[in-house]
Design a protein around this ligand. Structure first.
Ligand code: FES
Length: 88
């Protein structure tokens, strides 16, 4: 099973940006929904800060390059690269 890591870190009391302030939680919800709808063999890991805050939202397929400034359009190719769930 593949894992999509997406930072959902939120910093409420600072001017430093965080991925959750830029909509990463809604993106994570959307990814989970798409994985379910498309029957993909993948899961979403909502992560603490990944160290690229100024370029958030940040996401990646575990072990692969980051997708910075992630949005649905940028994450679509990643979704489309995922394998389908094996038949039972
Ligand atoms: S808050 Fe998301 S990478 Fe730091």
């Amino acid at each position: 099973m593949k894992t999509i890591v997406i930072c959902t870190n939120f910093r409420p009391f600072t001017t430093q940006p965080s991925c959750a302030q830029r909509g990463s939680k809604a993106l994570a919800d959307w990814l989970e929904q798409e994985i379910e709808t498309r029957g993909l063999d993948a899961r979403v890991d909502r992560s603490v800060c990944l160290g690229h805050c100024v370029m958030g939202p940040n996401a990646r397929l575990l072990g692969e390059a980051f997708c910075h400034f992630a949005d649905k359009e940028k994450l679509l190719p990643l979704l489309e690269s995922l394998p389908e769930k094996p038949a039972d």
